[in-house]
Design a protein around this ligand. Sequence first.
Ligand SMILES: [Mn+2]
Length: 500
Amino acid sequence: MPTPLLFKPSTSPSRLSPPMIPMELHALNRDKLVRSIREHLVSDSLPVTGFVVLQGGEQKTRYCTDHEELFRQESYFAYLFGVKEPDFFGAIDLVSGKSILFAPRLPSSYAVWMGEIKQLTYFKEMYKVDMVFYSDEISEILHKYSGGLEKPLLFLLYGLNTDSGNYSKPADFKDMEKFDKDLTTLHPILTECRVLKSQLELQLIQFANDISSEAHIQVMRKAGECIKEYQLESLFLNHIYMYGGCRHCSYTCIAATGENASILHYGHAAAPNDRTLRDGDMALLDMGGEFHFYGSDITCSFPINGKFTSDQCLIYNAVLKSHDAVISKMQPGVNWVDMHKLAERTILESLKTGGILLGNVDEMMVKRLGAIFMPHGLGHLLGLDTHDPGGYPEGVERPKERGLKSLRTARKLEEGMVITVEPGCYFIDPLLIPAMEDSETSKFFHEKINGFKNFGGIRIESNLYVTNDGCQNLSNCPRETWEIEAVMAGAPWPIEKKSE
Ligand SMILES: [Mn+2]
């Protein structure tokens, strides 16, 4: 069956439509996990026995009310089972490799208010698992399929998310005391499975990138009609949902203009993208759609009025040069900390060429001056989560130096990783003023920097897939200043080359 078009091509501002979701993706993810755990057990001379058991996300209501918040599945559960509904459990038998879903037993009133109560066979077919039962049967079923063991072994998910500092919640159900539990094996192995993407996962990340890139371009084209920052956000949200079926974003949109662009996590409830735009402002828009759990994370920076000033050009090109320099060096084996330093060095050199900084760039690097202009890390793993886990497996230490300690990974690149490249250059008073006053670093600043005090900042962010000998850019937005100006003035994207 062909994928239906949501709109007639002639009337649609999009060339895209949501692709079919390949559910075998999750079966492959489960196979990968089973293979990894078996290998681990065998290498530790442990018996291959037991079940992986995960608890899916739970439906929550808003505070004390009955307002049901829009549910989004927990990412480890989504990785293994692809289930979009709340309140499921999932198990995988490590001996047979068979997968079992446990659906909530819904009350008959559900059919009145929420729609049809789906049969277990529906979920079996939909999610391509071997068996489906009700969640109040877990203990009984796992005992039954354990081959008569008194206390079957459960591998439960418990471990640290190195970005949030939070721990994943191990599955918990009635009669847990009738099982032996292993809380240490599963998390690092499952996390590692998520780091290298399969071709099917890549296809979804590519679609999230395609629709989000197109949405960013749509925002650029209509920015001139906007009065408030949230209108830029709204244009993006409309495009990814209307033409891409993306009901979720990977993260809260950052639609910053003017000096707000120096607020790295702008857009939250206390800074809700509500500033009035002014002529001459730069916009920094960090927005990414999510499709079937897999996300994108793209930032475009451009002048709202469609024309770069010379100062805007200077900072923008410093960041673009940095973005391109990193991408040109990325390949398996390259250390991400070195890429961060390359990004910093490229920006510092450009700021020196532009007359904003003075002196020796090597010395600036030693004094960690790069972290004044780019306090965040160069980029992070991307997948089911915007900050996908696995950045710091055992044996990879977080750097301690200023700026470098913000890196969400210090790993070497490997074929199959998807990672963001997002250098930025910001003028953040609480960082800049102390550095300009510090006797160690004050000599680096030309007084010209005072003209950039309210500049805000620039970030350029693309999503990269690491191949066997380089990398592939999944994002496709105008990046050169002339390309941005042309697209904002109405040129098609990609810009058609004139035949000579
Ligand atoms: Mn990012």
